[in-house]
Design a protein around this ligand. Structure first.
Ligand SMILES: Nc1nc2c(ncn2[C@@H]2O[C@H](COP(=O)(O)OP(=O)(O)O)[C@@H](O)[C@H]2O)c(=O)[nH]1
Ligand SMILES: [Mg+2]
Length: 299
């Protein structure tokens, strides 16, 4: 089983990506299962094969422990780590080729509590990768771009799995996708964009932050994807293949049916032209998991 976690800020497109990537991979002959690890999800764009909500009820946690929604979510993530086997049991038995894991809408409890890295580490499966979704609309602002790149670096440092940055909602920012990809390749272009947008202290601090990202090699070049048009999914699947299987081609599981188009060429062209090298690095930093299942610190 290849496990693919989707992580990113609230609304960056994790659930949508889980749904769209499932369809895309299934269309190429792979067995794909989905797992919802967001206990607060009210509705999902896919039918999860395993669901944290079948084991953990966030409303009940709030009521039983007198917690607010954030405290309950923190507790829920810790309980997810403790009851992971039970939650993923339906998947473990079916043993599909790919398991796409959707994570909580709000990423902080999953990423920054010790339970998040523990969940990723203990999730059954031979190879694992993490998609970090950067909301294309959000990061089209150069100062947001720097902030979200910092967030990406911080997430990458916490999880010991291959890390693939993805720029989502490419259809909403079609005109600026090329410019955003240029920012990762040319920090001076990014600095100029920051200078156009901000001045004084904001400019100075962002410039310093950018310099740290560049010096530490953490200015990530994301893969632009649109869940609406499907553009970029081919590039994303190649990056996943590299990260998970060392290059086995995800598109070639089943013989392609006669006349079945891989991607609408015209649709893909602008994004393919700007696409990054799919080779991805694997972080070697260790997460620092802990247990900590006490109720203190949740409210
Ligand atoms: N236009 C556009 N909207 C998207 C795309 N991906 C997600 N969305 C929308 O962004 C919103 C948040 O997406 P969702 O998957 O729920 O984000 P999550 O909180 O990270 O799981 C939803 O309204 C989606 O329809 C995309 O590629 N293009
Ligand atoms: Mg979601």
């Amino acid at each position: 089983m290849n496990i693919v976690f989707s992580v990113g800020t609230a609304g960056s497109g994790k659930s949508t990506m889980t749904s769209v990537l499932k369809g895309w991979l299934e269309g190429r002959g792979w067995d794909v299962a989905t797992v919802n690890l967001d206990p607060g999800a009210r509705s999902l764009p896919y039918e999860p094969d395993a669901d944290v909500r079948s084991v953990i009820d966030i409303d009940e946690l709030m009521e039983r422990h007198g917690l607010g929604p954030n405290g309950a979510l923190m507790l829920a993530v810790d309980l997810t780590a403790a009851r992971l086997r039970e939650i993923v049991e339906p998947i473990d038995e079916a043993s599909p080729d790919y398991v796409l894991v959707d994570t909580p809408g709000q990423m902080e409890p999953f990423v920054y509590r010790p339970s998040g890295p523990l969940i990723v580490e203990q999730f059954p499966g031979e190879s694992k990768a993490m998609l970090f979704l950067m909301d294309g609309w959000l990061v089209s602002d150069p100062t947001n771009y720097v902030s979200v790149q910092f967030l990406a670096a911080s997430v990458r440092l916490r999880f010991r799995v291959p890390f693939i940055p993805v720029l989502t909602k490419a259809d909403l920012v079609e005109d600026s996708v090329g410019r955003m990809l240029g920012w990762a390749a040319s920090p001076s272009a990014l600095e100029a964009a920051i200078s156009d947008k901000s001045g004084g202290e904001s400019y100075l601090v962002h410039r310093r932050l950018l310099s740290i990202l560049v010096k530490s090699g953490y200015l990530e070049r994301p893969i632009p994807v649109s869940a609406v048009t499907g553009a970029g999914l081919l590039n994303l699947s190649s990056a996943l293949a590299n990260a998970l299987t060392g290059g086995e081609d995800l598109q070639d599981r089943a013989p392609r049916r006669r006349g079945q188009a891989m991607e609408p060429a015209a649709l893909m062209a602008p994004l393919i032209a700007a696409a990054p090298d799919p080779a991805q690095e694997t972080t070697t930093h260790s997460p620092s998991p802990g247990s900590g299942l006490t109720l203190s610190g949740y409210s």
